[in-house]
Design a protein around this ligand. Structure first.
Ligand code: SF4
Length: 729
């Protein structure tokens, strides 16, 4: 038996795993006791990873050879790799020649490794000459990126997991960590047990499992977080709990915000958010003082937040309003204190690092900054990087639906299930002239629309790196080779890019060597490392060898540093022009689609404990359906009673964009007028059952593609719907 250390491919906690294998078979997995993210623990998903790699699952679920569809709707036919890559290069080169570089687009994934992400980004921005590359991470964390940059000056989560053990107050907002980040939640439970004086506040419209551990649950009305946070600041100012000397020394912009929150009185906030005034006062005191109760004996407050803040048309404002509270009380840059956004995906952070989004460039550089564009062009050896922002996730598919983007390359994600407003997404995939899907799994939905299917490797087979929520870079290592003809993602991109290079007009002065000389992932990572020199995420002191021993490290780790940095801004200096953090003057705005008489329910979406995204991988494990076997819509029992609905009745859930049929389930986690559906269903799937007996339309048939104007993250957390009993034939 062979053992290989690697990283879990599910969530952003980034747990270390030890993969056991025999020959070319993965036989087991267990937590890595030496990995600092989990110290040996795994959740239900991580501990069943080996079951997703059995010979039977591979045979049933994996793409094993390149395939081409001669016409839409026809069965795909196998073709050799060389022919597949040449076909892709010919079609992309032809589209670029006829319509320009912005007629093509790449849609990638936070599941990709940093090395994969890097070459995709260089392919689009360096070779094709278009910034039309975006990622499904846009759906989970782009508001966190924008919030950090707006207030702290850089996209760098300042805290670390160990801060949970030092905090006096944990302020959890828009996160069901008990289900979405289970191993981190175990750490929270242990910290609370070790320190009973610790106070946990949960801000969430639903009374989730996370609420069971909380000392105070604030069940806000969906979308009212900015009002809540501004109201807490109002109370902190009124009670004298802010840290005036810290504000004066380390920040700018406080007076404008002070004026804005003046009318966020407890009475108004209570009315808008649906939270009792006494609870507002308690939350404000605990946050400001780290639950010590006395500002002169201030302990640390750590806020943990996730999609409830991010997936919103006010996503950037919500992030900024929460960070404002940390700045107002000096709750940052010390053990147990700081804003700490949790990433959903295993490598959403890595994608941010390499600039794998339509508005970013390598190493946290900004596309809008001419100097940054010049630096990246010099690094890559290209004349320039295009200055126009590319299309973000929703925009990219809208542009394809409008006929503007004509060739799409989709890697390691399933937009025909996971993007909001599925009718538009599917129209985009039908209208696009050429769709490439680079995937490990034969996912229904997106694969159904592919003209060319390229089989990719996946967890247990890949080599490279990922970065978790606390900026910790870990190695991903292969235990077995990819099955069939599947190839590594970086290899597919490099081989395609070299072919495309030969077809595109060379830059002025010609091209003496390929932009893609890599023969292994380490060569790509080394180029990425060089791009970080002098930047806030400088990792020039790190190498694959050091990630092997002593092991995973948190950035930054510049040349000469003995180790990575656990927490940022301990010196009170921020990466802004004047070194000061900036208060963001933000005011509450309602959700994009408030409920109304014809659509009287607020539908929110979220994760289940035992499933992952579109279930390509977790859906292959029968036991993971033991927790929740099928999609349902949850309603408060009183709402069900009023509508004459009984447990298990089939109902039509209808928004302005679509309608689906699912069983209804009573849940006291919800408030009146609220509905909840899990995000995981939406295509055909391999396990579980469905009482609808038909191919399932997922919740994204209903969700809105309205997005935050700054972060462009769509409002997946709220849509107005009506719910009516389905008439059985
Ligand atoms: Fe994997 Fe996340 Fe579970 Fe850890 S907590 S084992 S990273 S799914």
């Amino acid at each position: 038996m062979k053992e290989v250390r690697s990283t879990c491919p599910y969530c952003g906690v980034g747990c270390g795993v030890i993969i056991e294998s025999q020959g070319e078979r993965i036989t087991g997995v267990r937590g890595d006791p030496e990995h600092p993210a989990n110290f040996g623990r795994l959740c239900s998903k991580g501990s069943t990873l080996h079951l997703t790699a059995s010979a039977e699952v591979v045979r049933q679920t994996r793409l094993l050879q390149p395939m081409r569809r001669l016409q839409r709707g026809a069965a795909p036919q196998p073709l050799p790799w060389d022919d597949a890559l040449q076909l892709a290069a010919d079609r992309f080169a032809g589209t670029i020649a006829r319509h320009g570089p912005d007629a093509v687009g790449f849609y990638v994934s936070g599941q990709l490794l940093t090395e994969d992400y890097y070459v995709f980004n260089k392919l689009a921005k360096g070779l094709v000459g278009s910034n039309n590359i975006d990622t499904n991470s846009r759906l989970c964390m782009s508001s966190a990126v924008a919030g950090y940059k707006l207030t702290l000056g850089a996209d760098a989560p300042p805290a670390c997991y160990d801060d949970v053990n030092h905090a006096g107050c944990l302020f959890i907002a828009g996160s069901n960590a008990a289900w979405a980040h289970p191993v981190l939640f175990r750490r929270i439970e242990q910290a609370k047990a070790a320190n009973p004086a610790m106070r946990i506040v949960l801000v969430d419209p639903r009374r989730t499992d996370t609420a069971e551990l909380a000392d105070l649950h604030l069940p806000v009305q969906p979308g009212t977080d900015v009002m809540l946070f501004n109201g807490l600041l109002h109370l902190m100012l009124w009670e004298g709990w802010t840290d005036t000397s810290w504000i004066a020394t380390h920040t700018t912009g406080f007076e404008a915000l002070r004026a804005t929150v003046r009318d966020c009185t407890p009475q108004r906030v209570s009315q808008v958010c649906g939270v009792p005034q006494d609870d507002l006062l308690t939350a404000a005191r605990w946050f400001a003082t780290g639950a010590s109760g006395e500002p002169q004996h201030r302990a640390g407050t750590l806020s943990l937040y996730c999609q409830g803040l991010n997936q919103s048309t006010s996503g950037t404002d919500k992030n900024a309003a929460l960070i404002n509270l940390h700045l107002a009380c000096g709750q940052i840059g010390k053990p147990g204190a700081g804003p700490f956004s949790l990433t959903g995906q295993p490598n959403a952070m890595g994608g941010r690092e390499v600039g794998g989004l339509a508005n970013l460039l390598s190493a946290h550089r900004d596309l809008a900054n001419p100097q940054h564009r010049a630096e990246v062009a010099a690094l890559w050896g290209v004349p320039s990087v295009p200055d126009q922002p590319g299309k973000t996730a929703v925009e990219l598919f809208q542009a394809a639906a409008d006929g503007e983007v004509k060739a799409l390359w989709i890697a390691c994600t399933n937009p025909a299930q996971s993007l909001p407003d599925q009718a538009t997404v599917r129209r985009a995939l039908e209208r696009a002239e050429f769709v490439v899907v680079q995937e490990a799994f034969a996912t229904p939905a997106s694969c159904d629309f592919a003209d060319l299917l390229l089989p990719a490797s996946t967890w247990g087979e890949k080599t490279g790196t990922v970065t978790n929520s606390e900026r910790r870079i870990s190695r991903v290592r292969a235990a077995v080779p990819p099955p069939g003809q599947a190839r590594h993602d970086w290899r597919i991109v490099v081989d395609f890019a070299r072919r495309l290079e030969a077809l595109l007009p060379p830059p002025p002065g010609g091209r003496s060597k390929t932009l893609f000389p890599y023969e292994d992932p380490e060569a790509i990572w080394n180029e990425h490392r060089e791009s970080t020199r002098g930047r806030d995420l400088d990792i020039t002191g790190l190498s694959y060898a050091l990630l092997d021993n002593p092991g995973p490290q948190q950035w930054p780790m510049p040349q000469g540093a003995p180790a990575g940095k656990a927490r940022l801004y301990e010196d009170g200096v921020f990466p802004t022009p004047d070194g000061r953090a900036r208060f963001a003057d933000v005011a509450w705005r309602p959700v994009a689609e408030p409920r109304e008489s014809r659509y009287p329910f607020s539908l929110t979406t979220g994760r289940l404990r035992d499933q992952w995204h579109g279930m390509s991988r977790s859906g292959t494990v029968a036991r993971l359906f033991g927790h929740v076997p099928e999609p349902v819509v949850q309603l408060h029992p009183q709402d069900m009673h009023r509508r004459g609905l009984a447990e298990g009745d089939l109902v039509h859930v209808t928004s302005k964009r679509g309608s689906i049929v699912v069983p209804v389930q009573a849940s006291r986690e919800l408030g009146l007028g609220q509905a909840f559906m899990a995000m995981h269903w939406g295509g055909e799937y391999l396990g579980g059952s469905s009482s609808t007996g038909a191919r399932l339309a997922g919740v994204n048939a209903l969700t809105t593609s309205a997005f935050c104007p700054t972060s462009k993250q769509p409002e997946l957390k709220h849509a107005a719907v009506k719910i009516l009993k389905a008439e059985l034939p």
